[in-house]
Design a protein. Structure first.
Ligand code: NAP
Ligand code: F7E
Length: 337
């Protein structure tokens, strides 16, 4: 019998890659989808078998991380071996506009889920999607021993989720781990995160559909990795004998400006002709530099990244160019000026 996993945030970037990985490993995967007025399953439609399929290894459930009773009921029904808590309001800039909501969904929901595990009598192992944003103002390189200094409501909420996870491990002997992941991107990255915003703009500029790209702080330093490689690290964390917390990162630093240069150059475009500054994309308090030291993950999980920032930018630009070409071939495209 294969294992059963429950994935919150299965419709997101990481959830979609993780579901693919677990299915390939023979798991039955249950995913939580929140109700929305438009379809929100675009990233997982290609692996969804439909409610009428004879043998379903990928099952979707309507629920919401803010509904603790629904979580308890779902855990009693699904009886997972592993739970991956990836659901979150994950946009840092938006967390300044919706701080209480972010605190609830991104922070308190981690505790809600841990408590639901206890209340349902589940012995499931729990992965909590913690973030390098917890380090915030702490100088790089950051590792598992670096003190947290979050710089946004999102970062504060993730610190709460981190400590709730550690506490349930210590208090109840639960197998609960934190993956402290640095920024990771892909062609499935949400369109308002900076990398995807840039690569999508490159593709649209190349196709003549857009002639400006407005950005905020170009000096921020990030450690950008490739999302499909990072979900492998999540899985490895839950296969160890003992639960523990791990930093997952490439260790390579780049500024937003360098990512812009690489992405535009890959499409033979001079970025300085198109990129303009708009203060609206600045944050009230910025995280200046995140560069991870993932030695522990390398040594204990045998995990290491292969895609580096330049290759990542190229993968994303190529994918966005293909997507724009497909749209132009088959549909009306709105022209943003
Ligand atoms: P994402 O693309 O923004 O996906 C977030 C997921 O959470 C989506 O499936 C979203 O559903 C779901 N969600 C939001 N609110 C919910 C609610 N109230 N109830 C149930 N589900 C809800 O994020 P990601 O990049 O895949 O990241 C996955 C996790 O890792 C997140 O917790 C994020 O904070 C964390 N993280 C990400 C990074 C990174 O660089 N990507 C780094 C460190 C940590 P909809 O599709 O309906 O919106
Ligand atoms: O910003 C700067 C911005 O929104 C990166 C989330 O997955 O990773 C992500 O959080 C940098 C920041 O990601 C624009 O000020 C400039 O310094 O792509 P981002 P993030 O804030 O690092 C962490 C690890 C997570 O956990 C989060 O869930 O880029 N920047 N101009 C801009 N950022 C955006 N979004 N848009 C701009 O126009």
């Amino acid at each position: 019998m294969g294992k059963t996993a429950l994935v919150t945030g299965v419709t997101g970037q990481d959830g979609s890659y993780l579901a693919e990985l677990l299915l390939a490993k023979g798991y039955t995967v249950h995913g939580i989808v929140r109700r929305s007025s438009t379809f929100n399953t675009e990233r997982i439609d290609h692996i969804y078998q439909g409610p009428q399929a004879s043998r379903r290894t990928f099952v979707l459930h309507h629920a919401d991380l803010t509904d603790g009773v629904a979580l308890v009921n779902l855990l009693r029904e699904v009886r997972p071996d592993e739970i991956y808590n990836l659901g979150a309001q994950s946009h840092v800039r938006v967390s300044f506009d919706a701080p209480l909501y972010t605190g609830d969904v991104t922070g308190l929901s981690a505790l809600r889920l841990l408590e639901a595990v206890r209340a349902s009598g589940s012995g499931a192992r729990v992965y909590q999607a913690s973030s390098s944003e917890m380090f915030g103002a702490a100088p790089p390189p950051q590792n598992e021993r670096t003190p947290f200094h979050p710089r946004s409501p999102y970062g504060c909420a993730k610190v709460f989720g981190y400590w709730a996870t550690v506490n349930y491990r210590e208090a109840y002997g639960m197998y609960a781990v934190n993956g402290i992941l640095f920024n990771h991107e892909s062609p499935r990255r949400g369109e308002t995160f900076v990398t995807r915003k840039i690569t999508r703009a490159v593709a649209r500029i190349k196709a003549g559909l857009q002639d400006r790209l407005y950005l905020g702080n170009l000096d921020a330093v990030r450690d950008w990795g490739y999302a499909p490689e990072y979900v492998e690290a999540m899985w490895r964390m839950l296969q160890r004998d003992e639960p523990d917390d791990y930093v997952v990162a490439t260790g390579e630093a780049a500024t937003v400006r360098q990512f812009v240069e690489t992405a535009f150059a890959h499409a033979d475009l001079d970025w300085s002709r198109y990129v303009r500054y708009d203060p609206k994309y600045e944050r009230p308090s910025e995280v200046d530099a995140l560069i991870g030291d993932a030695s522990k993950a390398r040594e204990l999980l045998g995990w290491q990244p292969h895609v580096r920032v330049a290759g990542l930018a190229e993968i994303m630009v190529d994918a966005d160019i293909r997507q724009v070409a497909d749209q132009l071939a088959g549909a009306t495209v709105r022209i943003d000026r």
